[in-house]
Design a protein around this ligand. Structure first.
Ligand code: MRU
Length: 365
């Protein structure tokens, strides 16, 4: 996607040196566009843990390059297994991270150490290219859903879409998942307007989704997380599209904390609730999302403080709560498949169910 008129991906290898890895520091957006240069394993691990990079597909892709950087230091068997485990353990909920590391190891383990660095960069590059292509396909399939609603609304009708967290191009290698259909609808001339949940505590909606949509010229309005139910009750939401960090083989969906409440409100108001994902986000080994998906617990400071830009341009973090108040910070929740209208994947749309997923991905069933 473009910033200004310059096309970017969310992770790329330095063209000059051919090995260091660049990312945007997402903790500085939307205030500053800082590009970080990563040169070693620990920088990559730190970037994922501190959420300088975030979003399920992107942390998988960046971790893949993290393993390539680690192999530059030591490409022996023991070091590779240790570094792969370290990178895979940086965040627990998004399955794309484990998937990417397992794919890297499947390619690298049979090779002699001397051939591993080149192969690792090659494989990480494929992971990135495939993610971009899958998300573009998700965009095309999701576009049809938006077109159907637009057709019912008539020529002047605006399609109002609510989204939670950030599942845009900055959360993937390119295009995004939930936002890909929205970009395509906007580019196709459909009138779309996006309700952007602020997404406390880290505000990925207010900072990242609003920045992405604004940069692309997509009309949008940021709302407090608690506003979604009210908007749906008053007919102001035509559909919900969210991304996900892990989908079970039965169609349960883990996504940013608060997604479940939006699904409940959508169900109560007959608003279609769609989840967009590349197949790399499906955990075929897991059936019951509530029982089996590990939910990341992050530090309480993300709840007790808030970061923003002051009137004179400084980025500051301020305290919201009284001294001594404790805080809990579960970062994800699980929406049961029964509340999900359907899944939008690179192979098309399906029911959020074992049969639905098996129909699209028979080789996994
Ligand atoms: C295409 S990204 C899908 C999900 O990863 C996204 O919705 C989300 O929950 C991200 O959580 P985050 O904690 O910001 O990494």
């Amino acid at each position: 996607m473009k910033i200004g008129n310059v096309p970017y991906r969310s992770v790329w290898v330095d063209q000059q040196d051919g090995w260091s890895v660049h990312i945007f520091d997402q903790t500085r957006l939307p205030w500053e566009l800082d590009i970080l240069r990563l040169t070693e394993r620990d920088q990559v691990a730190r970037a994922i843990v501190t959420m300088q990079v975030r979003g399920a597909p992107l942390i998988g892709a960046v971790a893949a390059y993290g393993l390539a950087l680690a192999l530059r230091a030591d490409a022996g068997d023991a070091a590779m297994e240790r570094d792969a485990a370290l990178l895979a353990g940086t965040r627990p909920t998004a399955i794309n991270l484990r998937w990417a590391i397992e794919r890297m190891l499947a390619r690298l383990r049979p090779l002699p150490a001397a051939e591993r660095v080149a192969a690792a960069y090659d494989e990480a590059g494929w992971i990135c290219d495939e993610d971009a292509a899958q998300n573009e396909a998700i965009g095309r399939h999701g576009l049809r859903l938006i077109q159907e609603i637009a057709a019912r609304r008539g020529a002047d009708g605006v399609v109002n879409i609510l989204t939670h967290c950030n599942a845009g191009w900055i959360a993937t290698v390119d295009w995004g998942t939930a936002l890909a259909p929205i970009y395509m609808a906007h580019d196709a001339g459909l009138k779309v307007h996006v309700w952007v949940d602020e997404t406390r505590p880290r505000n990925q909606g207010a900072s990242l989704t609003a920045w992405e949509l604004g940069s692309h010229g997509v009309p949008h309005t940021v709302v407090a997380d608690n506003a979604g139910g009210h908007l749906m009750q008053h007919g102001m939401v035509d559909m919900v599209i969210v991304g996900t960090d892990r989908v079970t083989r039965s169609g349960d969906v883990a996504n940013k904390i608060g997604t479940y409440l939006k699904a409940l409100a959508a169900h109560d108001n007959d608003v279609p609730f769609w989840v967009a994902l590349p197949s790399t986000t499906i955990d075929w080994r897991v059936q019951d999302g509530l029982a089996e998906i590990p939910i990341e617990e992050r530090g309480g400071a993300e709840v007790t403080t808030i970061t923003g830009r002051t009137a004179d341009g400084r980025i500051e973090t301020v305290q919201l709560t009284p001294p001594g108040s404790g805080a809990a910070n579960p970062a994800f929740d699980v929406t049961p498949a029964r509340l999900v209208t359907g899944l939008i994947t690179e192979r098309g749309c399906c029911d959020a169910s074992q049969d639905g997923l098996a129909g699209l991905f028979p080789e996994q069933a």
